[in-house]
Design a protein around this ligand. Structure first.
Ligand SMILES: O=P(O)(O)OC[C@H](O)CO
Ligand SMILES: [Mg+2]
Length: 277
């Protein structure tokens, strides 16, 4: 019998103890799956006082701009199956968004593989499978519309990804036009990024590279991972979370806003130019 890893969520989405969650069915990664959308704090309506006065935007990449998280899951499931164990979303939540070496250490420790597999062997083993999958990744719903809208309105944008340079090149090779609209990209192997998310390093580095100087309170981060949401808050920034519906809702509470999809994002709520519908 296979051994589940970690502690699978015990609270189904429909019985969440969090306040005022709305079930939404539109625009999800998997249209068949209802998704949870929770709004925290003031400013739900575009006509109300903005939640913040945002001037600059920083996007996470994996699982937010590009649909690559499923590739990591698929490959890690294959590796664990060899040890007669199953990969689950409580482990996924701990690994996602982190630098490769950090998430490899978590994988080995949490799965009880010490003595059987080193983090380095894990990374080596998954590498060829990931390299084959990355170039086929697609953009997530609402990404292009939002990036084009912000660019057309002169809002400076950057990307802050735990991904290292080689993987970034493979993932983005078919999305050059979109990435060319970013002012800059900061990757996990950048010398200024001493520690991965949830450290604020990567978001602070991304902020410093904008021209003209900008304060954290003027930056809005878009993230899908719990570690990324924590990193943005540790950097003193506002954060919109667009989580996978399989992620337990307890991970939503650090975010300033939780959306089902970027298609649900309303720029005016954040003091940004509204979409012209
Ligand atoms: O989510 P990102 O873009 O920070 O990427 C982190 C890892 O590469 C994948 O979880
Ligand atoms: Mg991510």
């Amino acid at each position: 019998m296979r051994t589940p890893i970690g502690n699978p969520p015990k609270i189904p989405f429909s019985q969440s103890p969090l306040p005022v969650p709305d079930l939404v069915h539109s625009h999800s990664r998997n249209p068949a799956a209802p998704r949870l959308m929770a709004s925290c704090g003031a400013g739900d309506a575009a006509s109300a006082q903005p939640r913040a006065s945002i001037s600059h935007v920083i996007f996470d990449m994996d699982g937010l701009l590009l649909d690559t998280e499923g590739f990591y899951t698929e490959v890690q499931e294959k590796i664990l199956a060899r040890y007669d164990k199953v990969f689950d979303w409580s482990l996924k939540a701990k690994m996602m968004g982190k630098k490769a070496a950090e998430s490899a250490r978590i994988f080995v420790d949490e799965c009880g593989l010490n003595g059987l597999l080193t983090p380095e062997q894990f990374l080596e083993e998954r590498e060829s499978m990931l390299q084959a999958l990355f170039p086929s990744c697609t953009k997530l719903p609402g990404v292009l519309r939002l990036v084009h809208h912000l660019h057309a309105n002169g809002v400076p944008m950057a990307v802050a990804t735990g991904s290292h340079k080689r993987h970034f090149a493979l993932k983005t090779q078919n999305h050059q036009e979109m990435f060319s609209l970013m002012h800059h990209v900061v990757m996990g192997d950048d010398p200024e990024v001493k520690a991965g998310k949830p450290s604020p390093d990567i978001f602070l580095a991304a902020m410093r590279r904008f021209e003209g100087g900008v304060e954290p309170s003027k930056c809005l981060v878009f993230e899908d991972a719990p570690s990324g949401v924590a990193a943005a808050k540790n950097a003193g920034m506002s954060v919109v979370m667009v989580p996978d519906p399989r992620l337990d809702v307890s991970y939503h509470k650090g975010a300033d806003q939780v959306l089902s999809s970027l298609l649900d994002f309303k720029p005016a709520e954040w003091g940004l130019p509204a979409f012209k519908e």
